[in-house]
Design a protein around this ligand. Structure first.
Ligand SMILES: [Zn+2]
Length: 113
């Protein structure tokens, strides 16, 4: 399962940050998930609980923040797309496959105590 290895990475990164902050426990983790990342939120939540067990993150809340696909239009610059199918500028209709955002899965912030 793709999500499990991602969740293990997230837990490791969050634990590292928590240790640097001298925290005893991580209570919440926020991640940004791009619309093109291929990550299913349900699967990620399940994998996160599995990966967090027995770590500083056990029982932590997972906040998933979706990131829309953003493409670079040669005429309009960076524009967010309303969906993930049509790779053309929603403003002027110029076709573009120059993806600037939407593929990421990133640890955004953690809450500790
Ligand atoms: Zn455009």
């Amino acid at each position: 399962m793709h999500e499990l290895s991602l969740a293990v990475e997230l837990v490791r990164a969050a634990e590292e940050a928590a240790r640097r902050a001298d925290a005893n426990r991580v209570t919440a983790v926020a991640v940004t998930v791009g619309a093109l990342s291929g990550v299913a939120e349900d699967a990620l939540r399940f994998a996160f609980d599995v990966a967090a067990a027995g770590t500083l993150l056990a029982g932590a809340r997972l906040d998933v923040r979706p990131v829309p696909v953003t493409v670079r239009c040669p005429r309009c610059g960076d524009v967010p797309l309303p969906g993930v199918q049509l790779f053309r500028c929603p403003v002027c209709d110029t076709p573009t496959a120059d993806v600037r955002a939407g593929r990421e899965l990133e640890l955004e912030s953690i809450e500790v105590e």
